[in-house]
Design a protein around this ligand. Structure first.
Ligand SMILES: NC(=O)c1ccc[n+]([C@@H]2O[C@H](COP(=O)([O-])OP(=O)(O)OC[C@H]3O[C@@H](n4cnc5c(N)ncnc54)[C@H](O)[C@@H]3O)[C@@H](O)[C@H]2O)c1
Length: 428
């Protein structure tokens, strides 16, 4: 085995991880079936934005510690094989493990005693046991003794990788007696504390980390809808809940989605002994775009969006990333188009956004802050929007990006108002 580690699937999770291993001097192989992605990285370019990654890529290319290939079987040259493949959910509320199975099938004839297969992808409870069983059944290994299998979930959020990789506790769920230590030996190189547990506990800890966040964000989103129903201001209510209350902690509303939160709950829901609760959480978060469309409609002249220009600011699923996968901005735009609105979108980080802020907002009847990019959390941006949009344009800012404490308001009035709470505009 001439390599320390192979990372199979150099996507948003796998590529930063491969860079981190290579940066610590481990002989690392990055593998992806997407030959264009492999060529881009081999050329010294990041295929997506991740803060700090470009510099690390430059460094490891100079050090010569990162090799790249689109041939999956090459991964068998490594002592540790880390799978960072996509694990989407079928619409049946069921994990799709086809990428993992496909790589296991490619590797099966090449695996040898002493190797360690690590599942870094987010997986449904029982998947590590399935993988261990698959390798035992098809190759006769005794997992935990002569081949090692562990789940070491990725818990770092996109755009935080290099901040957190050496500090966030690293959960290691090894299958059988020797797998935990074999996997821990690799991840120790990254410097974060290692916490060993069972595969099932590692799987549950990861998916429930995301279920917790998805649920915590559904509560203010649901409250935002209820406040609209009763003519109350959600930001005032949240302030009343949290202010100096030792047991508070209500989050703020927003367009809660993204590739992880939108599907990880299904990995629990697929075998849930109490089905439905997490589906309800999902339905609340999924309703936010419709809530915003209906709210704009009620506030526009004639209560219609027909032939009205609506600027959607933000295509990424969360702030300061170019990741648009499972972003609710696209659902919002589809719903607006079905109201016959003329949609113009802008996102400074997005590869699929071609309009400038000026082009998108110029003459708009309504503006939606769909993503809370940190560059937009500035009164000057609100003033720019108010100057560019049509007089009387309505703005929807569920994130409270502009600190105006109003989900809906008239852009000009919000921009003219002073920042003091006494003069804050009322909800339109
Ligand atoms: N993106 C995140 O912020 C994040 C955070 C934590 C956990 N996760 C989990 O990590 C896993 C990976 O997520 P991601 O966002 O990096 O996905 P991704 O789609 O960006 O990356 C997956 C990569 O695997 C490659 N691939 C697919 N099939 C392959 C095959 N047969 N052989 C070789 N390569 C193959 C794809 O080309 C792609 O580049 C998922 O389980 C996800 O839920 C993601």
């Amino acid at each position: 085995m001439d390599l320390d580690v192979a990372v199979v699937g150099i996507g948003r999770v796998g590529l930063p991880l491969a860079l981190a291993f290579a940066d610590r001097g481990l002989r690392t192989l990055g593998v992806d079936k997407d030959a264009d992605r492999v060529a881009t990285v081999a050329d010294g370019r990041m295929p997506f934005f991740e803060p700090g990654a470009e510099e690390v890529l430059d460094r490891v290319r100079e050090q010569g510690t990162l090799e790249l290939t689109s041939d999956v079987t090459q991964a068998a040259r490594a002592r540790h094989i880390v799978l960072t493949l996509g694990t989407p959910s079928f619409s049946h509320i069921e994990i799709d493990v086809s990428q993992i199975r496909s790589v296991l099938d490619d590797l099966l004839p090449h695996l040898r005693d002493g190797q360690c297969v690590v599942l870094r992808s987010t997986i449904a409870p029982g998947t590590t046991e399935f993988v261990a069983g698959y390798l035992e059944m098809h190759r006769g290994f005794t997992v935990g003794k002569d081949l090692f299998v562990a789940h070491v979930p990725e818990r770092i959020a996109a755009s935080r990788f290099f901040d957190e990789i050496s500090t966030l506790p690293c959960i290691v769920g090894g299958f059988g007696s020797g797998s935990g230590d074999a996997a821990a030996e690799l991840f120790t190189a990254l410097g974060a504390p290692i916490v060993q547990t069972t595969p099932i506990e590692a799987e549950l800890a990861k998916i429930w980390t995301n279920i917790l966040r998805y649920t915590l964000f559904a509560l203010p989103n649901r409250l935002m809808m209820e406040c609209e129903q009763y003519g109350a201001n959600v930001f005032e209510v949240i302030d009343l809940i949290n202010r100096d209350y030792p047991r508070g902690g209500m989050k703020l509303p927003g367009m809660t989605a993204g590739t992880c939160l939108r599907k990880d709950f299904t990995f629990s829901e697929e075998r849930s002994p109490a089905p439905g609760m997490l589906l309800a959480v999902s339905r609340v978060n999924e309703s936010v775009p419709l809530f915003l469309v209906d709210g704009l409609k009620r506030r526009l002249a004639g209560e219609t969006l027909r032939a009205k220009k609506v600027a959607v600011l933000g295509l990424a699923f969360k702030s300061d990333t170019d990741d648009e996968r499972d972003s609710l901005s696209f659902k919002l735009m589809r719903l607006l188009e079905r109201e016959l609105a003329l949609v113009a979108a802008h996102d400074p980080l997005s590869p699929s956004s071609s309009l400038t802020l000026e082009e998108a907002v110029g003459g708009a009847d309504a503006v939606v802050l769909a993503t809370n990019h940190s560059g937009w959390q500035d009164r000057a941006v609100l003033e720019r929007i108010a100057a560019l949009a049509a007089p009387g344009a309505v703005i929807a800012d569920p994130w409270d990006c502009f600190d105006q404490r109003a989900v809906f308001g008239v852009a000009r009035e919000l921009a003219d108002a002073t920042a003091t709470p006494a003069a804050a505009p009322t909800v339109a």
